[in-house]
Design a protein around this ligand. Structure first.
Ligand code: 5GP
Ligand code: ZN
Length: 119
């Protein structure tokens, strides 16, 4: 069924606790944890607890949970004190754009200067 945990999904295993992660926030619908290979002083991933392969499919099926991911991304930025200096929320979508884990996730990046446009 749509949204059900996938046995071969790394982020579903972080949601279930089968794979450890440094969790910085949790809500009823989301988990936020530090990226294992940080690209900035703050690099946190915010994921829905339900499994959808990318942000667009999450938003189409569960718009409130997609909104929760964005709200939690903002809360992470405030917690990490990068909201005043600026931060970026990124949803890599598709392997051509660098997506490697096909469970929707927002990258929250900040704590250093961020180039625009991104590479
Ligand atoms: P994507 O490339 O799909 O946009 O982002 C996936 C992110 O997950 C990458 O930034 C990668 O470093 C991170 N990642 C991959 N495996 C793990 C893991 O086991 N634990 C954590 N905390 N992050 C991971
Ligand atoms: Zn998953």
């Amino acid at each position: 069924m749509a949204g059900e945990p996938q046995s071969d999904c790394l982020f579903c295993k972080i949601v279930s606790g089968d794979i450890p992660a440094t969790i910085v926030r949790e809500s009823g619908t989301t988990v936020a944890f530090r990226d294992i290979n940080p690209q900035a002083p703050t690099h946190v991933l915010v994921i829905p607890k339900v499994h959808y392969p990318d942000a667009a499919s999450l938003a189409a099926a569960e718009p409130q949970i997609a909104a929760d991911v964005l709200t939690e991304a903002g809360a992470v930025a405030a917690d990490e004190k990068i909201d005043s200096t600026g931060y970026r929320v990124i949803f890599n979508t598709g392997s051509g754009a660098g997506q490697t884990v096909f469970h929707a996730h927002a990258h929250v990046l900040g704590g250093r200067g961020l180039q625009w446009p991104p590479g």
